[in-house]
Design a protein around this ligand. Structure first.
Ligand code: FES
Ligand SMILES: [Fe+2]
Length: 445
């Protein structure tokens, strides 16, 4: 039996209403923005140093002395968990001579000690110890030359930071999307996959790609048997904060698919069996019944199978709720896990970036091993993801994401061609245009 309390509803159900369409300028998405150094420099000044970014997981900073580091362009950021239980973010730079302070991606320490001359800071960023302090004629720097702190918040199981000391709070930045994500028990999810691809493409190609489903039948030929991509059958929303949402019905073939019964059933067999449905019952042209049947079964059997679905709409039990957050984050939410995708800018080269994929698995209550229907493998709650990083072509971010990766390098070359002038977009690619117009607005601020 589950020990969930059925009355314990975490959050009100997410608002699914269709948002008003924005008025778009329709100005050209000029190719230079994907390779020009001066455009990259403007993005650094106006976007990367002003928008909320994820540093890592809340659970990585759970006890006093825990720290993580992360990079954004030329900066590295250090996040710590203090004796006072507070999570903080700092520029990862020693105030003596500018040495990068912590080089490990994570760790636990009493003091943050600089490897150059041994200045040591506590988790609150206060300089506590300086060798040969009597030799500083200008006075003891302890307590004065502290680490430079930046805004930091913990939300949805992640640690977020913003390099703008005057930034709006994270929830203001996210707008109504924050409430929708709260319907997922993010803090309970475990990162079971973590890959960083050193990409040979501009970071915006990633956000462009995750802003439309137009490419799905061509780039992901297997996906159409289990997910809707047609613009007539998905819901697209734009939010005034510059973020977007896309509802893609799942658990069955796209409306445009003729046949493909074997592909749908093979792809869904494990999930159907877990929810006590027989794949063979859907033979003979009945695969379009799976979605509603699966929703009913999950609603009926959820608690006994270790899931509290009380904060989900029925559609959330089967569908992909895909979000793009300005400027560089996107994620797809499923009831038992979600994939988070983002591209961070390269230090110096506009034609390179770092593409991160995290898969967060929600393990059923009481289970330590779980078959992830999205990642298509067994995962264990006791073995969180090891970070795998490497150049494009040497590491895999998973089948469907690898298919997207194969596009970006080729598109980067095409956008630099003298033979390409500007975009010509379909209706559903308005989210891509909205992303670029939001980008232009931030650059103009
Ligand atoms: S640069 Fe850090 S102690 Fe000298
Ligand atoms: Fe894709």
């Amino acid at each position: 039996m589950s020990d969930y309390d059925a009355d314990d509803i975490r959050q009100p159900l997410a608002d699914t209403s269709k948002q008003p369409e924005p008025i778009l300028r329709g100005t050209p998405i000029t190719p230079e923005r994907y390779y020009a150094k001066d455009f990259m420099d403007r993005e650094w000044d106006k976007i990367w140093t002003r928008t909320w970014q994820i540093a890592g997981l809340q659970r990585e900073l759970s006890k006093s002395g825990d720290y993580i580091t992360t990079t954004l362009g030329r900066e590295t950021i250090l996040c710590t968990f203090g004796d006072d239980g507070k999570t903080r973010a700092f520029y990862n730079v020693c105030q003596h001579r500018g040495m990068q302070l912590m080089s490990a991606p994570s760790g636990n320490t009493r003091y943050l000690t600089c490897p150059y001359h041994g200045w040591a800071y506590d988790m609150e960023g206060t300089l506590k110890f300086v060798p040969d302090v009597a030799d500083f004629a200008q006075g003891n720097p302890c307590g004065k030359l502290n680490l430079i702190e930046v805004p930091c918040e913990v939300w949805a199981g992640f640690v977020w930071y913003n390099l703008d000391p005057d930034c709006a709070p994270l929830r203001t930045f996210l707008g109504p999307i924050a409430d929708q994500i709260d319907s997922y028990p993010m803090e309970e999810m475990v990162r079971t996959h973590w890959v960083t691809v050193e990409g040979n493409f501009n970071w915006k190609l990633v956000q462009d790609n995750f802003s439309e489903s137009y490419h799905v039948p061509f780039v992901h030929p297997g996906a159409k048997f289990v997910i809707e991509y047609g613009y007539q059958h998905c819901q697209f929303d734009h939010y005034p904060e510059g973020h977007c949402r896309m509802f893609m019905p799942g658990a069955g073939p796209a409306e445009a698919v003729k046949g493909g019964e074997n592909e749908t059933l093979a792809s869904m067999a494990e999930e159907l069996k877990r929810w006590e449905l027989n794949p063979d019952d859907y033979r003979g042209g009945k695969t379009r019944n799976i979605r509603r049947d699966l929703q009913r079964q999950k609603r009926k059997l959820g608690l006994e199978k270790g899931f509290d679905f009380s904060s989900y709409h029925d559609d959330q039990l089967t569908d992909n709720w895909h979000y793009t957050i300005f400027p560089n984050l996107s994620f797809s939410l499923k009831p038992d896990g979600n994939i988070w995708l983002r591209a961070r800018p390269h230090e110096t080269d506009p034609e390179k970036c770092y593409f991160d994929m995290w898969y967060m698995t929600l393990f059923p209550k009481g289970e330590t091993q779980y078959y992830s229907f999205v990642m298509r493998e067994f995962v264990s709650i006791d073995t969180p993801a090891v970070h795998i990083q490497g150049p494009y072509g040497t590491v895999s971010a998973g089948g469907a994401i690898d298919e997207d990766l194969d596009i970006w390098a080729g598109q980067q070359r095409g956008l630099r061609s003298r033979g390409y002038k500007r975009d010509y977009l379909s209706g559903q690619e308005s989210r891509l245009r909205y992303f670029h117009e939001t980008l232009e607005d931030w650059l103009a601020k």
